[in-house]
Design a protein around this ligand. Structure first.
Ligand code: ZN
Length: 162
């Protein structure tokens, strides 16, 4: 049996995100339909790890992902829907074992969600376009924002700048 989809009547069917080319060029803000798929559709599309992390807010084991130690130039897109999320120009060495950024590629492209699981008050970060869980944001990051977007590698797809 599939799990019943939660009611989404209060959630917008259209969202605004900023399009970026694979070279990292900002193109323009666009209105797009939110990507909504069933559990089964996501499960088919994603690896088991990416499915549990993006659709059920799991967290990958520190230092286990493929991007925490990546220093190449490029952009990081959503593994679920290809929405542009982060630019390598804002990536920094956090020492946590998770890819960390001090800003998203565009504020519109990520959504902050209050998260009180595990008895902690945290701010979860989701993809605006498909609602994928990406990680959390903390206020102990470097200049200029002092934010630390602590992401799961499995939620991201890196596009290297050629
Ligand atoms: Zn997405």
């Amino acid at each position: 049996m599939l799990e019943a989809a939660p009611a989404t009547a209060s959630e917008p069917k259209e969202v605004t995100v900023v399009l970026f080319s694979d070279a990292g060029q900002r193109i323009k803000p666009v209105r797009v339909a939110r990507v909504v798929k069933t559990e089964e559709e996501w499960r088919k599309q994603l690896s088991g790890n990416a499915f549990e992390i993006t659709r059920h807010a799991d967290t990958e084991i520190a230092y286990s992902g493929k991007y925490w130690n990546l220093h190449d130039k490029g952009i990081y897109r959503c593994i679920c829907c290809d929405n542009a999320l982060f630019d390598s120009a804002t990536k920094f060495e956090s020492g946590t074992g998770w890819p960390s950024f001090w800003a998203p590629i565009a504020a519109e492209n990520v959504t902050e969600i209050r998260d009180t699981t595990f008895g902690m008050a945290r701010t979860a970060i989701a993809c605006t376009e498909c609602d994928a869980h990406l990680g959390h944001v903390f206020d102990d990051g470097p200049k200029p924002t002092h934010l630390r977007y602590c992401m799961n590698s499995a939620s991201l797809r890196f596009v290297k700048q050629s």
